[in-house]
Design a protein around this ligand. Sequence first.
Ligand code: ADP
Ligand code: MG
Length: 445
Amino acid sequence: MDNKELWKTILDELEVEIPKTHFKSFFPQTKLIKNKQGRVEITCPNLYTKTRIEKDYQKQIKKIVDRFTKKDNQLKFSVQKETAKPTKSSLGPLFQKSKKQRGIGLSPQFSFDNFVVGNNNNLAHAVAQAVVERPGVAYNPFFLYSGVGLGKTHLVQAIGNATLERHDDLTVLYCTGESFTNELIDSIQSGSRKNTTQFRNKYRSVDILLIDDVQFVAGREGTQQELFHTFNELFMAKKQIVLTSDKPPKEIAKLEERLSSRFAGGIIADMQTPDVDMRTAILRKKAQSLNVSVPDEVTDAIAQNIESNIRELEGYFHKVLIHAQTKNVPLTKELVAEVLGADFATNKTEITPHKIIKTVCSFFALKPKDLRGKRRFKEIVLPRQITMFLLRDLLETPYMEIGDLLGGRDHTTIMHGEEKIQKLLAENTKIREQVNALRTQIGDN
Ligand code: ADP
Ligand code: MG
């Protein structure tokens, strides 16, 4: 395993252990650059990230690294050095710029080749390929949204990498809404005109701008303004813009209308959670690319149990592989049950109607008697129907029984409530997120 793979594997495991928001803020641009005789060096994009990781996650990282390398390692964290900029003379007209010089922020591990396509993401995938084929022409902007861990970053990165492969002359810049914001703030704080001009040039001179998790800019006035102008300039010059977010443009709270309407002005595609066949396909592909032979019963068992998202799916897959390796036991479905069981089994048996009702109430700040009562305000009806739905979905509680639990309601009312939520789940992202969050909370405590 080379450094890159090792670090990816470690991150996959760390990711399921630590709060998601922390993981996303601190780890995306880290790299493991040295692993020699018990000395392991990890670089971070800036001092802040380095300090936070050192302080909060050093121990956890060490544990995983040690287990993996079977050594007691000494960890060193450093700040990435800016890569030297090529001088003008080194870029004579006879020399093509290399891919590295034409692409900023891209990680080669994300490609179309290792992106599995299924019902849940085929539209997004098709659009992404069309964008690579004819950047700035086919679909501009391309707005991609989905829940976490469903492949947004992978797909936009793949667009970037494939564009560099396909077109010798185009430049690509990948950033996140957060890094765009931070860089802008830095350039302003420096107080130097040169820096703000540099910032502008950097973002407005590329052929393809990829902004991942653009929802981060919402509510930030200065950043939104800068982004608005960046967007316009690129768009008018027929340069390609690709944006990702956790929601469609119109549903991003505190996003300026002028931005959300521009974001929605090209094509919007979403990605859903993958079904079990797709999850299995992803794991098999993953095993292939790691070059390990994993019996189907193992990939099947993991795919059947981890439904939430692909990142978690991969995280548990690694966990199982690591267990097999460290304990030196064969990869079997029993091992999967053992590894996942530690995290899941206890929770699953504990779900009760009471727990569902309690969780829904605390989620929506209501009392159980509100759910049982007769009041028909929207703020109560929806949580009540969600409760009906979850009681069916998680426990298959009979309609009559749900009726009793919810203040003596008729079974047709319950059936109607369940249907209503099913319908909303298909068309309303907010509800989908709320129900997913509730599912997790009910399963977790
Ligand atoms: P997001 O940006 O939506 O939160 P990511 O792109 O980071 O999700 O995906 C999480 C993990 O799942 C990554 O390791 C990614 O490579 C993997 N992944 C996501 N979608 C696919 C797919 N369709 N095929 C293979 N791997 C995928
Ligand atoms: Mg992402």
